[in-house]
Design a protein around this ligand. Structure first.
Ligand SMILES: Cc1cc2nc3c(=O)[nH]c(=O)nc-3n(C[C@H](O)[C@H](O)[C@H](O)COP(=O)(O)OP(=O)(O)OC[C@H]3O[C@@H](n4cnc5c(N)ncnc54)[C@H](O)[C@@H]3O)c2cc1C
Length: 640
């Protein structure tokens, strides 16, 4: 009997894995096989120098196995498939996270800048060596003085007509490039972002490929690199601080797809507005942010795999004279880990949808500016949701494993330290929430402007009136029916229409009231920037409401699209748990706004508890379905 049930559990996990892997299942399987090797696990007890050398070797191995090159054009050894690249890197993120971080910089940011911002000459010169990692690179955007506000960076690339070169200069200490991954030790080239100055005119931020080290690792003349040293985590990554002292590079170092400088110093660009040009060029690198969202979800999967497997064999307390209870049979333990597991599933399906949209952004000739702005907001939203989820889940998992969770050998300590900066790089989460809120305002006001302040000014003008004409009528109807329903049992709250109606209504309400506050501010004579700043907290709550709604929609669609009836039924339960736990978390808000009666709120709470018990029975298969290679889950507590 036991071998039959083991076999059926395995079959269940495999079917779930196929559903969870989505259309890039083969790519993910290939990566799993290649990475199922102890050399990719996080090393313990090694010095900083060794740690970096190991990580560099691991990246070489990833490159040799061709796990990070899918996005390259086929002419350069790739598959023209950015979605496959992101999926493959999600599996890399199950390994030591320094490998993922170094790969992210080199294969997403450096490769992406050269491929999308450069032209054929740059592709010919660099892409093959980028693919093989023979020419490791770094992406130098952030400066000490300007991190989130990249548009105000101050490094300059000034054109010298006589020599037909750009002169790259760090004007002062505040403009040094900071935190740059791969810069302190390994990178030989940098994609340097700098203000392009031609004949005294500042054309705004552009990207150039500049040499920083030769084959022997000697720094180029005009380049100084300081080592950022040991960090809270990700210590396999060599972050550095770069200063350019009149570094001279040829004219064709400029990545010139969107802007060109002729030999005699004439600047041209198909994009007239400097701010639009900036957002187009930075926006094209969005695949890096999408990748960080996916990697964050992988991190949550690693932590949950350790904590749930432990909770399925660790026993504490129990009735006198009988075997002690498994941790996962305790209700509090279920409530700590299983809504997090459900959220991880929800985010995985939302990530698939985002990756599909990314593919469309790269391939659909009709993909316009408004589509792009909307997509950027979606990518920002998921990056925020996934990275905050990962950080919170790791802490809960660490505590859920008690003292064992604190021991480095069990993996959670490294995850905790390494996952932390995912909330900061590729866009600070709190800053990204503002990007989401602005895009939602622009959508509601039906403006397509990319410049955020411009968008805002338009939005404030027409928004309130637009929204008044567009109450979330359907959502309100459903909610009114539901509130009127005499019954308060699980079937009412497990109705997906009810769950979606609540989340949609919250988002619509928050956007309408935000517009109203902004309108009042503008009417009182305050400028749009200050008005938005005064409503920043409101915008952040709106962005989070948008995340909750869009993630549930993605999960719901995935459940509908799943062809296997057993898997569908499991996913239905997991989706209910995600939806009702999300509603339970904000039940104060719904009660405050008269959208849920106190008795309905209690029904939601009871349903979450019951759903946790249902999901508990499948918890083993649900984590097995993540398909983390055995060789990189080295935690003894994760082995039964
Ligand atoms: C491990 C690591 C690796 C990195 N690798 C690279 C790399 O390879 N290349 C690269 O170019 N950069 C890299 N970075 C830099 C990273 O992208 C920046 O740290 C990030 O963009 C945030 O910038 P900042 O650190 O200057 O923070 P700031 O922009 O100064 O933000 C500090 C705080 O202020 C808040 N804040 C900022 N503006 C606002 C606002 N308008 N309203 C409200 N709150 C606000 C933020 O939410 C944040 O909490 C890396 C960073 C780390 C930690």
């Amino acid at each position: 009997v036991s071998s039959v049930s083991t076999a059926s559990a395995r079959a269940g996990a495999e079917a779930l894995r196929r559903a969870l892997d989505g259309r890039h299942g083969e790519v993910r399987e290939r990566a799993r096989e290649a990475l199922d090797d102890p050399q990719f696990a996080a090393p313990l007890g090694v010095s900083l120098d060794e740690r970096r050398a190991i990580a560099n070797g691991q990246v070489r191995a990833v490159a040799a196995a061709r796990l990070a090159t899918y996005a390259l054009p086929s002419a350069y050894g790739g598959a023209d498939d950015v979605g496959a690249a992101i999926n493959s890197l999600e599996v890399v993120a199950y390994c030591d996270l320094s490998i993922y971080a170094k790969c992210g910089v080199h294969f997403m940011l450096v490769r992406g800048s050269i491929q999308y911002l450069g032209t054929e000459k740059h592709h010919e010169r660099y892409l093959r060596q980028i693919a093989s990692y023979e020419l490791p690179g770094c992406a130098a955007m952030t400066e000490i003085g300007h991190g989130s506000n990249l548009m105000q960076m101050r490094t300059t690339a000034t054109y010298d007509r006589d020599s037909q070169e750009f002169v790259i200069t760090t004007p002062d200490a505040d403009a040094r490039k900071d935190f740059i991954g791969n810069a302190a030790r390994d990178a030989r080239i940098a994609v340097a972002f700098a203000r392009l100055v031609v004949d005294g005119t500042d054309h705004g931020v552009h990207a150039l490929v500049v040499p920083i080290r030769d084959e022997q690792g000697r720094l180029a003349a005009g380049v100084t690199v300081e080592d950022c040293g040991e960090k809270l985590g990700l210590n396999g990554v060599d972050n550095g601080r770069i200063t350019f002292d009149e570094l001279r590079v040829p004219r064709d170092a400029l990545l010139d797809r969107y802007a060109q400088v002729s030999a005699d110093g004439v600047y041209t660009s198909e994009i007239a507005s400097p701010s639009q040009r900036f957002f187009t060029m930075i926006g094209i690198l969005i695949s890096g942010r999408v990748s960080v969202a996916g990697a964050s979800i992988s991190i949550a999967k690693s932590a949950l795999t350790i904590a749930i497997r432990y909770a399925l064999h660790r026993r504490q307390f129990g009735p006198a004279g009988r075997e002690e209870e498994l941790l996962l049979d305790y209700r509090t333990h279920q409530r700590r880990l299983l809504p997090a597991l459900a959220t991880t599933y929800a985010l995985s399906f939302a990530q698939h949808r985002l990756v599909d949209e990314l593919d469309r952004a790269f391939t659909d000739p009709d993909y316009g500016d408004a589509d792009r702005r909307r997509f950027e907001a979606r990518a920002a939203a998921l990056k925020v949701a996934a990275s905050w989820h990962a950080v919170a889940v790791i802490q809960e998992c660490r505590e859920a494993c008690g003292g064992a969770g604190y021991m480095s050998v069990n993996g959670l300590a490294a995850l905790k330290a390494d996952a932390d900066p995912f909330t900061t790089f590729e866009g600070d989460n709190n800053v990204l929430l503002q990007v989401v809120a602005k895009s939602l305002l622009a959508d509601a006001a039906q403006v397509d402007e990319l410049d955020p302040l411009g968008t805002l000014a338009y939005a404030v003008e027409g928004l309130y009136a637009t929204l008044l004409e567009r109450p979330a009528a359907r959502a309100l109807e459903i909610l009114a029916d539901q509130l009127a329903a005499a019954r308060d049992d699980d079937s009412v709250v497990r109705d997906r229409e009810f769950q979606l109606a609540l989340l949609r209504w919250r988002e619509e309400h928050l956007i309408a009231t935000l517009a109203e506050r902004m309108k009042r501010g503008v009417e009182a004579g305050t400028d749009a920037y200050t008005v938005f700043k005064d409503c920043q907290d409101h915008g952040a709550v709106l962005a989070r409401a948008y995340i909750d709604r869009s993630v549930l929609e993605a999960f719901d669609d995935a459940v509908d699209a799943c062809g296997d009836s057993v898997v569908t039924s499991t996913l239905e339960t997991v989706c209910d748990l995600y939806a009702l736990w999300t509603i339970e978390r904000d039940r104060g808000w719904y009660l405050e706004h008269g959208r849920m009666s106190p008795s309905r709120s209690r029904t939601v709470r009871r349903a979450v508890t019951r759903l946790c018990a249902e999901v508990r029975d499948q918890a083993d298969a649900l984590v097995d379905a993540f398909g983390i290679p055995d060789a990189v889950i080295t935690a003894p507590i994760a082995r039964q």
